[in-house]
Write a protein that binds this ligand. Structure first.
Ligand code: COA
Length: 335
């Protein structure tokens, strides 16, 4: 039996902020041995945004947060919790949530970073929702922000074509009584996949040394082919399972907003879940894989394109390093 909840939570604001600088597939052809058409065919990516050198994750995180607050008609002082899912925090510590609290002037908030790789936003949403439903927080800011370009090896053609920088944020807040927003989450971890997608050095296992730098251990490592297989299975399964266990027919879902890692992964998950292409949000063509920023920014694009209206049923789903996997089911409660 599900736990009795005291309140309901829903999204009331969404924002995104991306660097101006575009890196196209044609630009990549000049950097590594690749082919623009190959990249589009295998991934769906046409271009990605890259920060100006020296720009930390908190920069575009702040921009996205301010836009989400504006959308929710709130000020930073209204926020009582900031959660920042990210794999590229400004520093190991203090948490980027602390830096954002200060940048925003969110003087009534506590906060922390959350490490769940590409699944970070979905995990953060469940964490935020639990705080609101239990009555511990009234308004939570969830800010997915990444500077993937600093952990990508720009000589590794297998991976450098995939990632981009940017930020997306939502405000999740307590809803008036009787209104339904957040419905369900389904989350899991499979740590046996840890070695297939990782940034090995910089932690306590492999602290920074000349050796870790020489061996490129501070860069993202991925066995793309293996991760691909797991990602297709995982994303499809959580989407099917969360719809089934809530008695929702695929046709009744307005939008699936998947993590944007590879368009072929998204298409396979869409087909397995019995959804039409029109029911799926795709932004990977313009932004690449922005890790924890991909779902909130895709939500913002969906609103801007008129693809989300109040009351619509939405599934967010993701798969990432860890392995981490999960889905959130909710009714859209923002304007
Ligand atoms: N340009 C041209 N050729 C490339 C290339 C590039 N940028 N990168 C790799 N290739 C080559 C490979 O070396 C391989 O050649 P080989 O067979 O001689 O070794 C060939 O293209 C095909 O590689 P393959 O791995 O079969 O391609 P793919 O269709 O699986 O696509 C990825 C590769 C990385 C795009 C794909 O595996 C992928 O998206 N993986 C998962 C990524 C992901 O989702 N990560 C995040 C999870 S959150």
């Amino acid at each position: 039996m599900p736990a009795r909840t005291l309140h309901t939570a829903g999204i009331t604001g969404v924002g995104m902020d991306f660097p101006e600088r575009r890196l196209t597939n044609a630009d990549l052809e000049k950097m590594v041995d690749t082919d623009a058409e190959w990249i589009v065919e295998r991934t769906g990516i046409k271009e990605r945004r890259i920060v100006e050198p020296g720009t930390p994750a908190s920069h575009h995180g702040e921009g996205a947060a301010r836009k989400a607050l504006e959308h929710a008609r709130l000020t930073p002082e209204d926020i009582d919790l900031i959660i920042v899912p990210t794999v590229t925090p400004d520093m190991i510590y203090p948490a980027t949530a602390c830096l954002l609290q200060d940048r925003l002037g969110a003087s009534n908030a506590w906060g922390f970073d959350l490490s769940a790789a590409c699944c970070g936003f979905v995990y953060a949403m469940q964490t935020a929702r639990a705080q609101v439903e239990a009555g511990f927080a009234r308004r939570v800011l969830v800010v997915g922000t990444e500077v993937m370009s600093v952990i990508v090896d720009w000589e590794d053609r297998n991976n450098c074509i995939l990632f981009g920088d940017g930020a997306g944020a939502v405000v999740l807040e307590r809803l008036p009584e009787g209104e339904v927003g957040f419905i369900d989450s389904l989350l899991w971890v499979d740590g046996s996949g840890a070695d297939l997608l990782k940034q090995a050095a910089g932690g306590s296992l492999h602290p920074a040394s000349h050796e870790t730098v020489d061996k490129k251990m501070h860069y993202l490592y991925q066995d793309g082919r293996e991760v691909y297989k797991h990602a297709v299975r995982g994303m499809a399964k959580v989407t099917v399972d969360i719809l089934e266990r809530n008695g929702i027919a695929p046709a009744d879902l307005r939008l699936m907003v998947p993590h944007q890692a590879n368009n072929r992964i998204i298409e396979a998950a869409q087909r397995r879940a019995g959804l039409t292409p029109e029911q799926v949000m795709v932004t990977i063509d313009r932004f690449g894989n922005t890790t924890s920023a991909s779902i909130p920014s895709a939500l913002r694009v969906a609103v801007d394109e008129g693809r989300l209206k109040r009351g619509d049923l939405v599934v967010l789903c993701a798969f990432g390093g860890g392995f981490t996997c999960g889905a959130n089911l909710l009714r859209w409660t923002a304007d």
